[in-house]
Design a binder for this molecule. Structure first.
Ligand code: FNR
Length: 180
């Protein structure tokens, strides 16, 4: 069994990136599953605070998963501040970060034409610090994403569904490879 955790970088109820993660969830092959995490609503990182309970819970969920799939919105040509804040929390202390060595995959949906390519490139770079292997292909960069889901957030676009199936299969194989 391969158990993946889906972390969405958007807090919006109608988030396209959350809908995309639900699409990945539906595409997971037999013998694997993706659980969507509730939300990355955390205090702003401050090492004076120690880990607040929400951070402890997030770290535990990442630690328990075989791999993590990030739903990556693009805000002002990078990842949203809330997602960066969550990464800052879970990256400390570095030696025991649950992201250390954890296989990771990225998917992203944007209403514009770039499909989150700039945000995903930035996130890949950030994950170098925790030595988190990041699936390279297939890239899931979804432009004009609002045209690919219905009003209830259900994926209606067949080519996106096919891409998510390839991504889900590749992610499971990637996690299995990193189990050694
Ligand atoms: C955006 N959006 C956006 N899109 C993009 O392709 N590149 C960008 O740099 C930005 N910048 C940006 C900044 C801010 C503050 C917002 C609110 C939005 C549009 C973005 O792709 C769109 O709102 C998505 O729907 C956001 O993802 P969720 O919330 O639907 O998952």
């Amino acid at each position: 069994m391969v158990a993946l955790l889906g972390l969405c970088g958007s807090l919006r109820k109608a988030s396209l990136n959350r809908a995309l993660l639900v699409g990945v969830q539906a595409a997971m092959p037999a013998g694997s599953a993706l659980t969507l995490y509730g939300g990355l609503e955390l205090p702003i990182f401050n090492s004076d605070l120690g880990d607040p309970p929400e951070v402890t819970a997030l770290k535990a969920a990442i630690a328990a998963a075989d791999g993590v799939v990030f739903g990556v919105p693009e805000y002002n040509y990078s990842i949203p501040g809330g997602l960066k804040n969550a990464l800052d929390w879970v990256s400390r202390p570095p030696a025991t970060s649950p992201l250390r060595g954890k296989p990771v995959g990225l998917v992203g949906a944007a209403t514009g034409m770039s499909g989150t390519i700039r945000a995903q490139t930035h996130l890949r770079q950030m994950l170098v610090f925790s030595d988190s292997p990041c699936l390279a292909q297939p890239e899931v960069l979804i432009p004009r994403a609002h045209e690919r889901f219905d009003a209830d957030g259900r994926l209606t676009d067949e080519s996106t569904h096919a891409l998510l199936s390839r991504f889900a299969a590749a992610m499971v194989a990637f996690v299995e490879r990193h189990r050694g």
